[in-house]
Unconditional design. Structure first.
Length: 312
């Protein structure tokens, strides 16, 4: 697939005229569709820095919260059971840790990433290559509706009713990566369309992560090559969370205070004892117990059994 954006000035002028039309505005309102134009206050600031940022963002539900970390998860449509499980588990654990997951709602890895994120506590988002009122593929309508119902959003640069052209889908990948702090590829062949998202991510100076697979598995050729070339090898959400929360401590992009981030960064979905946490953080017993209490009150962790703590 070609990494290309073909929106012309004529198309943009036509779309601008469309969203200013009174009758079209009424149709959007009835359909629960909103639009924000590049440069307006509600337009995602994270996209503003990119030359190829979309001129329009139509959305149903909400746009991602700029105060929360966001991870894009992409991968093969014809994925394996291993890829499905990894995408779902990592997305769920990221969501339970306060990270927004964004994907393309395509078949395969995208769908399972969305399903995993929907099991978590944080809203998730999908960027379409069609209008936001057109669920593609149609079989994902349940995921589509649940994303909106749980506080997330369906996003597109294309107006309502747009069924999507072939080039729309690789072009929308720049929005998926642009909205994210990091991009995770779960499964990809050597010449996978998912690698277009990686190209955009590299151009946008985003960190790329990849789930490793068997050397003989075609679905892992692309991801294994990414790891060889410097992508962060990712086998669970914690691999991403450690780095995401170091990032967020510096810019406060999510709600973890800097004095709690060190302890939070070593937490896992598997329970850890107080002694283990002291060993890994070098904090004192009194500091650990005080911070554990605060993290529990904030809803980030829970005590599984007496003296053992895990990510919520």
């Amino acid at each position: 697939m070609e990494k290309v954006v073909k929106n012309t000035s004529d198309w943009m002028n036509e779309t601008l005229a469309l969203i200013r039309d009174r009758e079209y505005k009424e149709k959007m309102k009835k359909a629960g569709v909103n639009v924000v134009v590049r440069g307006e206050p509600d337009y995602p600031e994270i996209l503003m820095q990119y030359r190829e940022a979309p001129e329009f963002l139509f959305y149903k539900g909400n746009l991602p919260d700029p105060k929360k970390a966001t991870v894009a998860i992409v991968g093969a449509r014809g994925c394996s059971s291993y890829g499905r499980r990894m995408a779902k588990d990592i997305a769920r654990d990221l969501s339970n840790s306060g990270v927004q997951v964004v994907s393309g709602l395509a078949r395969g890895i995208d769908s399972y990433a969305a399903l995993g994120a929907l099991e978590g506590d944080t809203p998730t988002f999908a960027v379409l290559g069609t209008g936001v009122d057109v669920c593609y593929p149609a079989e994902n309508i349940d995921i589509y509706e649940r994303i909106i119902e749980t506080g997330g959003g369906i996003i597109s640069e294309y107006p309502m009713g747009d069924a999507g052209l072939g080039w729309h889908f690789p072009a929308r990948n720049r929005i998926i990566s642009g909205l994210a702090n990091k991009v995770l590829v779960v499964e990809a062949k050597a010449r996978s369309g998912s690698l277009i998202t990686v190209e955009w991510a590299v151009e946008q100076n985003k960190d790329v992560c990849a789930v490793p697979g068997r050397a003989t598995d075609k679905l892992s050729q692309g991801t294994n090559a990414l790891i060889k070339n410097g992508a962060l090898m990712t086998t669970n959400a914690k691999d991403i969370l450690d780095d995401v929360f170091v990032f967020s401590c510096e810019d406060e992009s999510i709600g973890i205070r800097s004095d709690l981030a060190k302890l939070y960064s070593v937490m896992d979905t598997a329970p850890k004892s107080v002694d283990e946490l002291i060993s890994e953080t070098k904090l004192s017993y009194s500091e650990i117990t005080e911070q554990l209490m605060e993290l529990q009150m904030l809803g980030y962790i829970r005590q599984s059994i007496s003296g053992y703590y895990e990510l919520k």
